[in-house]
Design a binder for this molecule. Structure first.
Ligand SMILES: Nc1ncnc2c1ncn2[C@@H]1O[C@H](COP(=O)(O)OP(=O)(O)O[C@H]2O[C@H](CO)[C@@H](O)[C@H](O)[C@H]2O)[C@@H](O)[C@H]1O
Length: 468
């Protein structure tokens, strides 16, 4: 069975967030004697594409409304990744040094059309076309409705929702950009008076998955306007928890970290990484170190940090290190906080993959007070590295973290997304840290919790088999 994943991101080629991690790992774990899993993504102008070689396997022109664009399909040569990776190169639209921008409607439509135009020409059609998020959300509609893709009517397709907050909305004025279809069915594209690619995919895909069972349930009542649609389509929807790539996220082999360690050398290894972090960011390594890594957006609860950090730091019992970027007001509030809390708090505003690994290996606790968290990968990376997660019990966080008050609990959970709930969580964590015996038992335990992709990759394959 040949599976093709369509995605805007894929680690290590282009990563903005967790979508890249999933698309960069799932195919590896799906590839087996009976399954070939491949990825097609846009060809961006970035570090990865500059450093690797590609062969051109197809050339054509695509039509976006009245305008035609030349495109090529490229294949990565000597792939350092364990699956085939194909690229859509539309020089005028996609070959940029960023992934997302304000003209994404045209950019990602061109990507989707070029990918399908090429797939029409290959000898053996894929058994399953697997789409990820709204950037590829028009594919299920086009496969079902566009005249030119009639040959794909019987090809099953799946949509995975990594985040339903973003839906790719655009005006009906641009409907002519979509390859022509029976206009009686234009309603399939619409949700709330605009074209909504995520809604169109939920309506047209053969199956819809989200990245955790709890998030699937939550979407029925909170899906940024798509609640009724998801409730209506629930029979074809399923939540499959993400895994993490154990080959990339492994403290025993991680070249980004200062000292590698296993569960047997956890204490020394983690201390070396913590000292390095504290030296670099001028923090006191004798105090428990709390960290946050992620996008500074409302969903992640990052606007709560300035107030929560200020209050918690007054106790003088802890240090905080933050890595992230996003909302400019939050960024500047987090920068300003440095002045009054020197020696106990620091922040790196930006994106730094290597630093994120060192933080997972060196921080004592990882904060995730998310308002919305479809799955969350950071808490699973934290567990793998022996860092205790502090999470709001929502979505995938609820499915993966058990509070220390429960049997075999290993994390600190809170119900509310408020500054005071975060402060209370800090207090509970400091208490746990002071009980070094228990703290160490928990760290040892969490490193052995298995969130590798094997089980989840199998669930996807069962789903493919059910519709193939
Ligand atoms: N400034 C920075 N520097 C370095 N690394 C950074 C960084 N900011 C974020 N990262 C990294 O980006 C990834 C973020 O993954 P998440 O799953 O937590 O969130 P995201 O919201 O992007 O993903 C969405 O899709 C994923 C995948 O399905 C779901 O788990 C999630 O809930 C959903 O919101 C992690 O690998 C993290 O280390």
């Amino acid at each position: 069975m040949n599976i093709i994943h369509l995605s805007a991101e894929c680690y290590p080629v282009a990563k903005v967030g967790g979508l890249a991690d999933v698309v960069g790992a799932l195919p590896k774990y799906q590839n087996s004697a009976t399954v070939t899993s491949q990825v097609i993504m846009p060809f961006y102008n970035n570090k990865f594409t500059k450093a690797h070689r590609f062969s051109s396997i197809y050339n054509a022109e695509l039509l976006l409304g009245e305008t035609s664009f030349e495109f090529r399909i490229l294949k990565l040569e000597n792939s350092p990744i364990d699956f085939d990776l194909f690229f859509v190169d539309v020089p005028k639209l996609l070959f940029k040094d960023y992934v997302y921008s304000s003209d994404d409607t045209e950019r990602f439509l061109a990507f989707q059309i070029a990918a399908l135009d090429w797939l029409l020409t290959i000898d053996q059609y894929p058994a399953i076309i697997h789409c990820h998020d709204h950037h590829t959300g028009l594919v299920p509609f086009m496969l079902q409705e566009s005249y030119k893709y009639e040959a794909f009517r019987k090809t099953p397709n799946i949509l995975t929702i990594h985040n339903a907050q973003y839906q790719g909305w655009f005006s009906h004025d641009k409907v002519n950009l979509i390859p022509s279809f029976n206009f009686n069915n234009v309603g399939l594209l619409d949700w709330g008076g605009v074209i909504n690619p995520l809604a169109a995919a939920i309506k047209c895909a053969w199956r819809v998955t989200t990245v955790s069972p709890s998030y699937m349930e939550e979407l029925k009542t909170a899906a940024n306007g798509l609640e009724h649609l998801l409730s209506h389509e629930h029979a074809k929807c399923v939540g499959i928890l993400n895994g993490i790539d154990w080959k990339v996220w492994n403290p025993e082999t991680d070249d980004f970290i200062v000292q590698k360690y296993s569960v047997d050398t956890l204490a020394e290894g983690r201390l070396a990484n913590k000292k390095h972090l504290c030296d670099t960011f001028k923090l006191d390594s004798n105090k428990p170190l709390f960290a946050f890594i992620g996008r500074l957006v409302g969903e992640k609860g990052s606007d709560l940090f300035p107030e929560a950090f200020k209050t918690a730091l007054k106790t003088n019992k802890l240090s905080i290190l933050l890595l992230g970027s996003g909302n400019k007001d939050v960024e500047s509030a987090l920068e300003d906080l440095k002045e009054e809390t020197e020696g106990n708090y620091n922040a790196f505003i930006g994106y730094d993959e290597a630093l994120s690994h060192i933080i997972y290996a060196g921080a004592d606790f990882l904060l995730m007070p998310s308002r919305v968290e479809p799955c969350g990968l950071n808490q699973m990376y934290a567990l793998r590295y022996g860092t205790i997660p502090i999470v709001r019990s929502i979505g995938g966080l609820k499915d993966t973290v058990v509070d220390i008050s429960e049997d075999n609990g290993f994390g600190i959970c809170h119900e509310e997304a408020t500054a005071s709930a975060i402060v209370t969580a800090f207090e509970r964590a400091v208490k746990l840290y002071e009980d070094q015996a228990r703290f160490n038992t928990i760290r040892t335990h969490i490193m052995s919790i298995d969130h590798s992709w094997d089980a989840s990759a199998r669930q996807y394959i069962e789903l493919y088999n059910a519709i193939n």
